[in-house]
Design a protein around this ligand. Structure first.
Ligand SMILES: NC(=O)c1ccc[n+]([C@@H]2O[C@H](COP(=O)([O-])OP(=O)(O)OC[C@H]3O[C@@H](n4cnc5c(N)ncnc54)[C@H](O)[C@@H]3O)[C@@H](O)[C@H]2O)c1
Length: 255
């Protein structure tokens, strides 16, 4: 589906991978509604990029918040054609540590943001897309979910994170099948290691070691390389119901 003059909503669009997707969509002459809890960063990006970007303060885990922001974005831009679910976070805690078993409230919180938040936005965005006139290929919209290679090679301490990202992988095909009749495609990206604020907090030595751990190219990924794949998924009408690893052939070790 061509991007120009169409509208995307990007969760987590104030930072990292989401922000890179926002920039690329705007470069392709599309509109973007940023759904994020970081008001200052989201507004700064929106004012930098101009009229084609609207910041909508949104908590992806809340139905009320997502409904309100989708209504606002539709009213502002006239419809929603693309959805990128990049809001999410990580967590490191072993199933059992010296202080006892894994905190269940924390496990639930990670699932709530990474899994429920993704489905909450994807399902409501798909409902909004169902009102679009199909293009000449019968497409009404495209949804890109963000998992992680941790869905397949979860490391020590990643039980909660890997469970949340594995579930995003698991729902990709059934969602694509559910939405096929509406002409809406669903594709999931499973990124490896990317240079976002999340990773930039690590000491230089740790970043060097991460760079060396990737077979080729021998470095962590740049957010725009993630955004490039988002753009390619939007454009390619035959990509559907698939999970794409984007990791330079990296397979994570146990730790
Ligand atoms: N950076 C990596 O190496 C990497 C690797 C694999 C997967 N991922 C996944 O990619 C996604 C983006 O990661 P990133 O590195 O860009 O992180 P980031 O921290 O730079 O961006 C995440 C964004 O999500 C927003 N967010 C958090 N909770 C929210 C909520 N409840 N509602 C709305 N927005 C919320 C944050 O405010 C932030 O702007 C995450 O799902 C992450 O798990 C990242």
């Amino acid at each position: 589906m061509e991007i120009a003059k169409r509208t995307a909503l990007v969760t987590g669009g104030a930072s990292g991978l989401g922000a890179a997707a926002v920039r690329r969509i705007v470069k392709a002459d599309g509109n973007v509604a940023i759904f994020d809890v970081q008001q200052e960063k989201g507004n700064a990006l929106a004012s930098e990029l101009g009229q084609s970007v609207l910041f909508c303060l949104t908590d992806v885990t809340s139905e009320e918040s997502v409904n309100k922001s989708i209504a606002g974005a539709r009213e502002h831009f006239g419809g929603i054609h693309f959805c990128v679910n990049a809001a999410g976070t990580g967590w490191v805690e072993r199933t059992v540590s010296k202080s006892g078993p894994h905190s269940l409230p924390v496990f639930e919180q990670i699932l709530r943001l990474n899994l429920l938040g993704t489905f909450n936005v994807a399902s409501k965005a798909a409902f909004a897309m169902s009102a679009n006139e199909p293009n000449d290929k019968g497409e009404r919209g495209v949804i890109v979910n963000v998992s992680s290679t941790a869905a397949f090679d979860g490391q020590i301490g990643q039980a909660a994170y890997a469970a949340s990202k594995g579930a995003v992988v698991g729902m990709t095909l059934p969602m694509a099948r559910d939405l096929a009749g509406l002409g809406i495609r669903v594709v999931t990206i499973a990124p490896g290691l990317f240079n976002t604020p999340l990773l930039a907090m690590l000491p230089e030595e740790a970043i060097k070691a991460l760079n060396n751990s990737v077979p080729f190219p021998k470095r962590i990924g740049e957010p725009d390389e993630f955004a490039l794949l988002v753009e390619q998924i939007f454009l390619n009408p035959y990509l559907n119901g698939e999970v794409i690893r984007l990791d330079g052939a990296l397979r994570m070790a146990p730790k």
